[in-house]
Design a protein around this ligand. Structure first.
Ligand code: UT7
Length: 341
């Protein structure tokens, strides 16, 4: 029998803007404190992209590093999917702008919006093209400038989000490694709890919409929190059961970084040793579609070929999902020059 072609991640690149927005600085902007933010969310600081730039700037930089690390020429790339909720423009797609900036001219590219699950949905999508042989090298990038839609007068949302980007290269393999399975779900009725009121075609920008502060994230924290805890953990646990994986079999959980309490609840439901959970929320906050690849970048040096990894997300939509993958390479050497964020 011919071995199945799978898609494996063969490299990771990342880029964060320099500006660090601390809890102390936020405390001078709204009525909050480092103590409240650390205990309720678990974020100490987040990065902010200043100036007239979009996430394509961060995404392009992440991909430059990815190409350099993996010794890949831009001409080899056949597909770029950019997961984002903060595209440079309504159109054209940020993926196209990124491709142009890094000199990728022989690919097709598009954006994918699945809220905080964007990277996971995009990875599952790119996997299909690699598995069926249509594409040999694909890039999946999560890139966000969340600060462009955060209301810095709203203390309930402004501590949460940060800007950043990270990207992975996906290539075919016939070894039993790479993306093994993905499970994804949407409940569109959840949109009432988390959305942006204006700026789309239903309510284009107007003086009134700007005055009403409707171009910012609208979030009802508690219903989102409850749905996140149950759905993210359910899917992570279901994925383990489906593949007969015990907690001991799992090397790493890569959870969406929205709230430390959501991450801890997911790990508990999986019965997982906290040391096996990738966490960098303290440094970067919630970078929406960039959280998962940013974790992979931060922990790349610790990853070993064959490691069983579960990715799990929940986000606006509502969207949620889990991916089970077997890591494809020993990360220590590849991560040697990773930037120390
Ligand atoms: O990635 C996309 C998906 N998003 C998420 O997963 C977010 C999920 N939700 C959450 O993480 C949490 O619900 C939040 C972090 C957004 C809020 O935490 P919470 O523990 O659910 O707080 P709450 O909304 O119930 O508010 C509790 C209190 C309120 O005061 P009162 O009404 O009890 O007097 C808030 O006004 O905390 C107050 N509060 C704050 N206090 C100090 C809200 N934000 C702040 C703040 N600093 N920044």
């Amino acid at each position: 029998m011919m071995a199945k072609t799978r898609a494996m991640i063969t490299g990771v690149g990342a880029h964060l803007p320099d500006y660090i927005l601390t809890n102390d600085e936020l405390s001078r902007m709204v009525d909050t404190s480092d103590e409240w933010i650390m205990t309720r969310i678990g974020i100490r600081e987040r990065r902010i992209l200043k100036g007239p730039y979009g996430p394509s700037e961060l995404g392009a930089e992440a991909i430059r590093e990815l190409l350099q690390k993996t010794g890949t020429h831009p001409d080899e790339i056949e597909l770029v999917i950019c997961a984002t909720v903060t595209p440079d423009h309504q159109f054209p797609a940020t993926a196209n702008i990124i491709s142009d900036k890094v000199g990728i001219t022989k690919a097709f590219s598009f954006d994918l919006n699945a809220g905080c699950s964007g990277f996971l949905f995009a990875l599952a999508t790119a996997t299909q093209f690699v598995e069926n042989g249509m594409v040999k090298k694909a890039i999946v990038v999560g890139a966000e400038k969340m600060s462009s839609i955060v209301d810095y007068q709203d203390r309930a949302t402004c501590p949460i989000f940060g800007d950043g980007a990270a990207a992975v290269l996906l290539e075919p393999t016939t070894e039993e490694i790479g993306v093994m399975d993905s499970m994804m779900r949407v409940d569109g009725s959840g949109r009432v709890h988390l959305h942006q009121k204006a700026g789309g075609s239903v309510k284009p920008a107007s003086h009134e919409s700007v005055d009403a502060r409707e171009h910012f994230i609208y979030q009802e924290g508690q219903p989102v929190f409850k749905a996140a805890v149950s759905n993210m953990a359910d899917y992570a646990v279901d994925m383990m059961k489906k593949h007969h994986l015990t907690a001991a079999d799992i090397a790493w959980l890569v959870p969406h970084q929205a709230n430390m309490r959501i991450i801890e609840a997911t790990a508990r439901r999986m019965n997982l040793d906290p040391a096996k959970v990738m966490i960098n929320i303290e440094k970067f906050g919630n970078t929406t579609a960039a959280t998962l690849p940013l974790c992979l970048y931060d922990y790349e040096s610790k990853l070993k070929k064959g490691d069983n990894i579960i990715l799990a997300t929940f986000g606006a939509g509502f969207t949620w999902g889990a991916i089970y993958l077997k890591w494809g390479y020993d990360g220590a050497e590849a991560a040697r020059n990773n930037k120390p964020y």
